[in-house]
Design a protein around this ligand. Structure first.
Ligand SMILES: [Zn+2]
Ligand SMILES: [Zn+2]
Length: 375
């Protein structure tokens, strides 16, 4: 990630531009959700973004959302995010301004913003590992200003945006910015979910549910959802889980063994990001199985090689590459995948602080994805 930070450092932060009284007269402002260090955020005036590179576009946001990753940033878990940064890496919008090297899009086009920015030319982009693009990767709402604003600048627009087909339900497509490709690529594809296999998904939040929805492309025999919240487990049942386990009252390891004839699951998907949930995956994976980590971990975990060394298992990690976004878009268009059911709350974007409050208390509020709507 060092190279990304260096690149981002080359461009002048917005805060410096705003500081110049002479330029201030010319700068148009907009409203945005701004990070001011751990625990501090505000909905405030910022300079409206402008084209900096010929490969940029400016997108007027129609819908955006809040991600678990934004909560990690606000907890101080992602120290590269600095005071003054606009958060958010998901959304749909309409192109307002366009750099003169952009050829795949034009002013007025409706677009899905990918959480991953990719130049399309570097060694990682050439390997379809867009998440590690040396000129991009996950930079939105992280190293450059993000989508929880009225406008956002998208670098390398030709590779980082997707056209929205006419007549689409646009808020449903916000799920393509991050959670659907993340659940699918990091959980289902890395986890090698196959017809007739058994799958356990630890964590029934939006990402775990995205993995649950997309795992069903492959018709596994059993999908066991594990979570301490009954409401989320009820949702998982409706979304296609064959079994649910509330690990606040049940012994999840024993229950999984019972459900799988004593051997455990072929795929264990970790969709939380804490040591206890990774540990659970280590205890329920069957010989020959895969532990597919999806969660964002802030602490080290204990790897039980004393038990796993002989078990032929695979442990995978991945940052979403968003290479499956076009495929997932087709499954939504053809109604094979109903992404809209992940949306539980809607707020006008000016009420984003209230929306954060609801998302932070997701269990109590029965919240999954919270959609913010621009005026
Ligand atoms: Zn996200
Ligand atoms: Zn690249």
């Amino acid at each position: 990630m060092d190279n990304i930070a260096t690149l981002a450092g080359k461009t002048k932060p917005e805060s410096l531009i705003e500081g110049s009284p002479k330029e201030n007269i010319l700068i148009k402002t907009m409203k945005a959700l701004v990070y001011h260090g751990p625990g501090k955020k505000s909905w405030e005036d910022k300079a409206k973004p402008t084209i900096r590179e010929s490969t940029d576009v400016i997108v007027k946001i129609i819908n955006t959302t809040i991600c678990g990753t934004d909560l990690h940033i606000l907890k101080g878990d992602v120290p590269e995010v600095t005071d003054g940064r606009i958060l958010g890496h998901e959304g749909v919008g309409v192109i307002e301004e366009i750099g003169n090297a952009v050829t795949g899009f034009k002013k007025g086009d409706h677009v899905i913003i990918s959480c991953i920015t990719s130049c399309g030319k570097c060694v990682y982009c050439k390997r379809s590992m867009y998440s590690h693009c040396v000129n991009g990767g996950w930079i939105l709402g992280h190293l450059i200003d993000g989508t929880q604003a009225e406008y956002v600048r998208i670098p390398f627009a030709d590779n980082s945006l997707y056209h929205i087909p006419a007549g689409s339900d646009e808020e449903a497509l916000v799920m393509l910015s991050d959670i659907l490709p993340t659940g699918f690529e990091c959980g289902v594809l890395n986890g090698k979910v196959q017809p007739g296999n058994t799958v356990a998904i630890v964590g029934s939040g939006p990402i775990g549910l995205a993995a649950l929805l997309t795992a069903q492309f492959y018709s596994p025999a059993e999908i066991i959802m594990i979570d301490p919240d009954d409401n989320r487990l009820e949702t998982a049942k409706k979304f296609g889980a064959t079994h649910t386990i509330n690990n606040s009252r049940e012994n999840a390891v024993e229950r999984v063994k019972e459900l799988t004839g004593g051997i455990g699951v072929d795929t264990a998907i970790e969709a939380v990001g804490i040591p206890a949930t990774f540990d659970l995956c280590q205890s329920v994976v069957a010989p020959g199985g895969v532990i597919a980590n999806v969660g964002v971990h802030g602490k080290s975990v204990e790897l039980h090689l004393e038990k796993l060394w002989s078990q032929n298992i695979t442990i995978t990690t991945r940052l979403v590459d968003t290479v499956t976004t076009p495929m997932l878009l087709k499954t939504i268009q053809s109604k094979k995948l109903d992404s809209k059911k992940l949306i539980t709350h809607r707020f006008p974007i000016k009420d984003i602080i209230k929306a954060y409050d609801v998302f932070e208390h997701a269990a109590k509020e029965r919240a999954l994805k919270v959609i913010l709507i621009s005026e």
